[in-house]
Design a protein around this ligand. Structure first.
Ligand code: AMP
Length: 283
């Protein structure tokens, strides 16, 4: 595997090859990331992975400085997956000047849910993803459904800018007890780690409640959300949101949407101690 930090060197290496299948990451790789590498490979060679902890998507009080950086272990894992190039730019490589041109996703998608609790997050994500796409010029790029809203926003960005890249979704990989794998799970203490699967169990319970409704109404969904928030708070969590939304646009379903059988998804973000976890479950 070639490890490249310089944009021009990356372009030199990719010249004359088939356009790559690309997996952008922030490193501290786990099985979830590696499943994306395998899926990328099925969509075509060569596979390019990137590792870049993107300052633009972190808020002032978030964990940019302490975000786990495990480059050598990550390299070993990517080697085993047959990744052709690891693009690991420094901040100077990717942002040689302050990145003043940025991509602002539409409010109705970028400022809700994650965007409400992490202002500017999706602007940072879209800006770096567009720039990475410009560096790698992939034919296919793989994103995890664990970051459900991010996947949707990147997809729509690619569509609205007519980027010549197919966005491929990958299923969420979980630990045996159901906890979605995440680089941030290493922040959890032993007792928090034991409690963490409760978030996914709550999503499953909400799903059962929705499926068990004789008649889906807007207010019955609000009751299920309120009950779930209360249950998690009782267990000592600080949930930002536990929301039943439409799969197609993450908007709240209207009664007409519910009557029309629009598919739903439950999305959540919640803090356990100092660690903020996100997850989702399609209904
Ligand atoms: P990150 O390094 O957290 O920015 O994640 C890089 C990519 O891996 C994103 O597309 C994530 O959605 C995806 N990802 C993270 N965790 C998982 C997981 N448990 N299962 C599948 N994909 C994941």
């Amino acid at each position: 595997m070639k490890i490249i930090s310089d944009i021009n060197e990356l372009r030199d290496h990719l010249r004359g090859q088939n356009r790559a299948s690309f997996v952008p990451t922030m490193g501290n790789l786990h099985e979830g990331h590696l499943s994306l590498m395998r899926l990328a490979r099925q969509h075509g060679d060569p596979v390019v992975a990137s590792i870049f902890v993107n300052r633009l998507q972190f808020g002032p009080n978030e964990d940019f400085d302490s975000y786990p950086r495990t480059m050598q272990a990550d390299i070993d894992k990517l080697e085993k997956e047959g990744v052709y190039i690891l693009f690991a730019p420094t901040e100077k490589d990717l942002y040689p000047q302050p990145q003043e041109y940025r991509v602002d996703p539409p409010q109705q998608l970028g400022d809700i849910l994650e965007g409400e609790f992490r202002p500017g997050f999706f602007k940072g994500v879209c800006t770096v993803v567009l720039k990475l796409f410009s560096c790698v010029q992939p034919r296919v790029a793989v994103f995890g459904k664990k970051d459900y809203q991010q996947l949707m926003i990147v997809r729509q960005m690619a569509s609205q800018f007519a980027l010549p890249v197919d966005i491929v979704p990958a299923e969420t990989i979980r630990a045996e007890d159901g906890l979605a794998l995440s680089s941030r799970n290493i922040y959890l203490s032993a007792s928090e780690r034991a409690e963490a699967p409760a978030l996914q169990r709550q999503l499953s319970a909400m799903r059962e409640q929705v499926l068990g409704l004789k008649e889906k109404t807007v207010s019955s969904l609000l009751d299920i959300e309120a009950n779930a928030l209360m249950q998690m708070q009782t267990r000592g969590w600080k949930p930002d949101y536990m929301a039943i939304r439409q799969q197609r646009d993450l908007a709240r379903p209207t009664q007409a949407d519910l009557d029309g059988g629009q598919p739903l998804v439950i999305v959540t973000a919640a803090k356990l101690g100092k660690t903020r976890l996100i997850d989702n479950l399609e209904i």
